[in-house]
Design a protein around this ligand. Structure first.
Ligand code: PD2
Ligand code: ZN
Length: 377
């Protein structure tokens, strides 16, 4: 009987769990037969395991898989090199192969990088000429591009530069909580992509219960949210997270998982603090994973037509947000004492809807580091 691809995916997820738990006997029982059958997904999972144990071996193996044109191996190599410039190999060599194979993840990244390199025409041609591939039409539609029905010639691959990490600066609005903004931090492509990614899994928002430290639904927060746990093809999300970490000068591994928040008319997030109050009984549990929430980053993916501003009532700062704008502020002082002026809220949306990326940063590394490690970051 033929085993279906989705069975392999499930089995490999199980393998990853056994690997993290160091249950190697159980792992081998499932993993070795998949490797014997040379299932591409299994061969790439083996690279991930090797990268955590012996990175040189992992890179060597991945190079070989890429040379043998194993599906997604060139994409994976390109992504590894993009996020590790210190390896000094050009990611373009591999991205080009994945592009020529018409892997949809590679097509999407090429369009993303073409936009980031200010080559809008190339970006649109890449998208239109590959509109039959998985997910590409969704991006075309979400970007509001005119749908071309006639066949467009597929553009040749052109080399790309990394998206620019250095061009954004922070403008300060308040010294007490180091409240600052960076306009156009995210491109339109990035905003659209994050929204599409979040739409797959929106659910009611939660807050941390001060008594027991557990997450629960509450009238304090009436919007929906989606946790963006990056996968091995989430090049765009990881690029954004790396740029944010650089801008705010905190390691990416101190972040919690990114959340996208979605507010419809009437939705709000009532005044609250993002820090864990030392006197709250639930704080100790909440702080087990990385310690205090020292800083908050918000990025407007699209503001509401009316209402929905991010408001700091104690310092009378109201930020309406524009698409792509980043907002950052401290929740605690350098000595880690709570900062009362950081009280903030999302005012009720009165017209249209609002999408925002929210990321909290802790004092120390969080369990999110494990996700990043598994993605070789
Ligand atoms: O969506 C907002 O503007 C907002 C306001 C206050 C988000 C958060 N807090 C948060 O995610 O912590
Ligand atoms: Zn908040």
């Amino acid at each position: 009987m033929q085993t279906k691809n989705s069975d392999h995916t499930r089995q490999l997820q199980q393998c990853r769990q056994y690997f993290s738990a160091r249950e190697f006997d159980k792992l081998n029982e499932i993993f070795l037969p998949l490797l014997d059958k040379k299932i591409p997904e299994a061969l790439l999972t083996q690279v991930d395991f090797q990268m955590q144990q012996d990175p040189n071996k992992g890179i060597g193996n991945l190079l070989q898989l890429a040379e043998n044109n194993i599906p997604m191996a060139n994409y994976k190599m390109a992504m590894l090199l993009y996020f590790h410039p210190e390896l000094t190999l050009d990611f373009n060599t591999f991205l080009k192969q994945a592009y020529l194979r018409e892997e949809s993840s590679a097509i999407l990244v090429c369009a993303y990088l073409a936009y980031a390199n200010q080559n809008t025409e190339l970006a649109q041609n890449i998208l239109f000429s590959h509109s039959e591939l998985d997910g590409i039409n969704d991006i075309i539609f979400a970007l509001g591009l005119d749908h071309k029905t006639t066949d467009i010639e597929k553009p040749n691959y052109q080399t790309f530069k990394r998206s620019d990490n250095t061009r954004h600066t922070l403008q300060y609005h308040n010294q007490e909580i180091s409240l600052a903004t960076a306009d156009n931090f995210l491109s339109k492509f990035e905003c659209v992509w994050l929204k599409l990614r979040a739409q797959e899994s929106l659910e009611p928002s939660m807050v941390v219960n001060a008594e027991n430290g557990k997450k629960e639904q509450s009238p304090v927060r009436t919007n929906q949210f989606s946790q963006l746990i990056p996968t091995s093809s989430d090049w765009v999300l990881l690029d954004i997270e790396q740029r944010i970490a650089k801008l705010i000068q905190l390691p990416i591994s101190h972040g919690e998982v990114s959340n996208v928040l979605y507010y419809q008319k009437g939705n709000e997030y009532k005044p609250h603090y993002d820090f864990f109050h030392p006197k709250d009984p639930g704080s100790a549990l909440a702080m087990q994973d990385g310690g205090q929430r020292v800083r908050t980053v918000l990025c407007y993916l699209s503001p509401a037509k009316e209402g929905g501003e991010t408001y700091f009532p104690r310092i009378s700062e109201k930020l309406a947000g524009q698409r792509g704008q980043l907002i950052v502020f401290d929740n605690v002082s350098k000595q880690l004492t709570p900062l009362p002026p950081s009280l903030h809220q999302s005012l009720p949306v009165t017209s249209g809807d609002k999408w925002i990326l929210s990321k909290w940063y802790r004092l120390n590394e969080t369990s999110y580091k494990q996700n990043l490690l598994e993605l070789n970051l």
